[in-house]
Design a protein around this ligand. Sequence first.
Ligand SMILES: [Cu+2]
Length: 96
Amino acid sequence: MKRNQSPLLRTLMALALAATLLEAKEVTSNLRVPAMDCDACSVVIKRALNRNKGVKKVELNTENRTAKIVFDDAQTSEAEIEKAIEKAGFKTEPVR
Ligand SMILES: [Cu+2]
């Protein structure tokens, strides 16, 4: 009688699990980039970060000289992101 419920239930459980996994992967990193003082800097940094697979969102603030990066931690890491910014010519610091 309840035989038809089982595949549906399994599908729902799989979807719920997949949603949890997808959610768990997004990590936000906040960094200070002291030398990022104008739009030209932010363009260079943004381009460097977007080349990094796994970077989902980049928000740069040249006034506060901060960077907020949302990334998929299965594909990249905060260390990789810092490295990408530093390769572009900018030192990074943790946000105080
Ligand atoms: Cu600049």
